[in-house]
Design a protein around this ligand. Structure first.
Ligand code: NAD
Length: 290
């Protein structure tokens, strides 16, 4: 396939490289000066997408996605598929899908889970929203860049699945960290706490696979001075998207709201930027109830 790839950042660059390694003809465009092995750099955004059977976007947010979509959709070939892998608000995802449909294009919102490691290894999980024909056209590319793709429903459903998953992640990480900090104050050894909880009803991905306590459980960012991993500011971005969606859908999400406020405080006033999101544990450790 001829593939246009817009947004060659931390995630986009390794994803584009994997498509090229698999034998696709990939032309990339980024506003920053980047080179990616196997990917031809286009001088203009139009040149990256004009001849493409599929265009993939991997961009920072919904506003940038909308402006890029406005630029590329008129240039794309009839019947080509637009695959947006960025994490954006559900409304932007739906607006871009409408624009694409009106221009005779197929489109899928397909945010990912798995981070930079997953992007490099080609083991991402894709959560996709869009029509069956669009998903079918994108699926072989998901197979190269990832290990699993779930077709979640119509346009916007991929983003809906992503922010619901990540709202659970943020809330669960906070619960795990505050429980460790309480256990410390009760004189309970962290290893014993892990041994019990990881095999009891408090178990979770944040405890069992990504334990926030250094030296306990499998290797995680806690064992590397809380270097990300998954940065606290990216967790905050996704939590904010979950609350924006909850507001527009009139959903009651009190735990998501509290998690958003805590990560906001951590990132904006407590030097949490650049730390892994599990660094909530040293934050709680230092605090009392007051
Ligand atoms: P990034 O900032 O490294 O990359 C974004 C790229 O888009 C940059 O290279 C930037 O120059 C480029 N860009 C910005 N505006 C552009 C424009 N108008 N035209 C062309 N290129 C433009 O971000 P990232 O870490 O690669 O994340 C990308 C998306 O993936 C985000 O939506 C993020 O939430 C999501 N995501 C990231 C991770 C992660 O661990 N980094 C995990 C899952 C999902």
């Amino acid at each position: 396939m001829k593939i246009g790839f817009v947004g060659l950042g931390n995630m986009g660059a390794p994803m584009a490289a994997n498509l090229s390694k698999a034998g696709h003809e990939v032309t990339g465009f980024d506003t920053a000066d980047v080179t990616v092995e196997g990917v031809t750099q286009a001088e203009t955004i139009g040149a990256a997408v004009r001849a493409a059977d599929a265009v993939i976007t991997m961009l920072p947010n919904g506003a940038i996605l909308r402006s890029v979509a406005d630029q590329i959709i008129p240039d794309m070939q009839n019947g080509a598929v637009l695959i947006d892998c960025s994490t954006v608000d559900v409304e932007s995802a739906r607006a871009v899908a409408d624009l694409a449909q009106n221009a005779g294009l197929l489109s899928v919102d397909a945010p990912v889970s798995g981070g930079i490691g997953g992007a490099a290894a080609g083991t991402l999980t894709f959560m996709a929203g869009g029509e069956d024909a669009a998903f079918a056209k994108a699926a072989p590319l998901f197979d190269i860049m990832g290990q699993k793709a779930v077709h979640c429903g119509d346009a916007g459903s991929g983003q809906a699945a992503k922010i619901c998953n990540n709202m659970i992640l943020g809330v669960t990480m906070i619960a795990t960290c505050e429980a460790f900090a309480l256990a410390d104050k009760l004189g309970l050894d962290r290893q014993k706490m892990f041994d019990v909880v990881s095999t009891s009803s408090g178990y979770s991905w944040t405890m069992n696979a990504y334990c926030p306590a250094p030296g306990v459980g499998p290797q995680s960012p806690a064992d590397n001075d809380y270097k990300p991993g998954f940065a606290a500011e990216l967790m905050l971005k996704d939590l904010r998207l979950s609350q924006q969606a909850a507001e527009s859908a009139d959903a009651d999400t009190p735990m998501g709201q509290i998690a958003t406020a805590l990560y906001e405080q951590f990132v904006e006033s407590e030097n949490g930027t650049g730390m892994d999101f599990s660094a909530m544990l040293p934050r709680f450790e230092k605090r009392g109830r007051g």
